[in-house]
Design a protein around this ligand. Structure first.
Ligand code: CUA
Length: 316
């Protein structure tokens, strides 16, 4: 009967809230738009040139009227602002314990890494009813990770991580788009999100698992690039030890304090001079052209594990 969808399917926890805000904005716009248009047309016809309508009794000012047309729209606008800010913050701060998935964008594909070691291209498998946090970066230009059915869209930038989370509410397949013009084949930078029941997801994870967990691959890289020469408890203190580092607060040589999160680790690997830890010299070379973004992600997972953080624990 009624089959004229104005919005895509709603399949995440925030989708209903986003849609509610959208419908309220539409309703408010139609309501005030109608008042203005009806008043305009009525006055234009009634007081057109040559009409006999009386022009007597025109008002110069009316305090009550002026206050109401200021205060009522202000109240409505502020209510919408507070409500949508709350939803905006909720959808950007992942709940503790969210499952983490790494996303690397490049012209023109999406590369996904699960901490369990599974890798995918242009596909993202996730369980239903579980918060999923995406840790995203680009290896070339700006892309934007968009799943309309989940009402999420987040720019994916080179040289830093951006994050976004969602919780799918219905098993099924959904479109994944790049929503930022990123070159010739931007329109082809699409994929699908497969939402599965938890048991199916676990089967998928087990069936498609690669050789190593991400942290395991990271550990191999750590050895291969000789990181342990300087970054072990017993390394003679040439570089800061990494045990327990992740999620802690680090004091820098300038006295500033920073949180040791994924972005900090990434920056320290690629541009070691940016934030030198207090008490240490800048001895570390840059690994900018030696590591792929996926390898940096693996090293981050490894260092996270050195901090005693297990997969799925969402400390920073
Ligand atoms: Cu990537 Cu558009």
């Amino acid at each position: 009967m009624w089959n004229f969808p104005l919005l895509p399917e709603a399949a995440s926890t925030v989708a209903t809230e986003i849609d509610a805000i959208w419908w309220v904005l539409v309703a408010v716009s139609i309501f005030f738009g109608a008042i203005i248009v009806v008043g305009l047309v009525y006055s234009a016809v009634r007081y057109r040139r040559g009409s006999k309508a009386s022009r007597a009794g025109a008002m110069n000012d009316n305090l009550l009227l002026e206050l109401s047309w200021s205060i009522i729209p202000l109240t409505i606008a502020m209510a919408i602002y507070v409500w949508s800010s709350k939803v905006f913050i909720d959808m950007h701060v992942a709940p503790p314990g969210a499952m983490e998935v790494y996303v690397v964008a490049k012209q023109w594909m999406w590369k996904i890494q699960h901490p369990e070691g599974n890798k995918e291209i242009n596909e993202l498998h996730v369980p239903v009813g579980k918060p999923v946090k995406l840790i995203m970066t680009s290896q070339d230009v700006i892309h934007s990770f968009s799943i309309p059915a989940f009402r999420i869209k987040q720019d994916v930038l080179p040289a830093r991580y951006t994050t976004q989370w969602f919780e799918a509410t219905k098993p099924g397949e959904y479109h994944l788009f790049c929503a930022e013009y990123c070159g010739t084949s931007h329109s082809g930078m699409v994929g699908r999100v497969v939402v599965m029941e938890e048991a199916d997801y676990q089967n998928w994870l087990a069936g498609r698992r690669g050789a190593d967990m991400m942290a395991g691959s990271g550990e191999k890289l750590f050895a291969e690039f000789g990181c342990q020469t300087c970054h072990r408890q017993d390394s003679g203190q040439r570089g800061p030890a990494l045990d327990g580092l992740f999620g802690s607060i680090v004091t820098l040589s300038g006295g500033d304090k920073v949180a040791a999160d994924a972005d900090y680790l990434r920056e320290s690997i690629l541009n070691p001079g940016a934030k030198v830890v207090k008490g240490y010299q800048l001895l570390m070379p840059t690994y900018r052209n030696q590591l792929t973004p996926e390898q940096v992600n693996e090293l981050v997972e490894y260092v996270k594990q050195l901090g005693g953080i297990k997969i799925g624990e969402n400390k920073r």
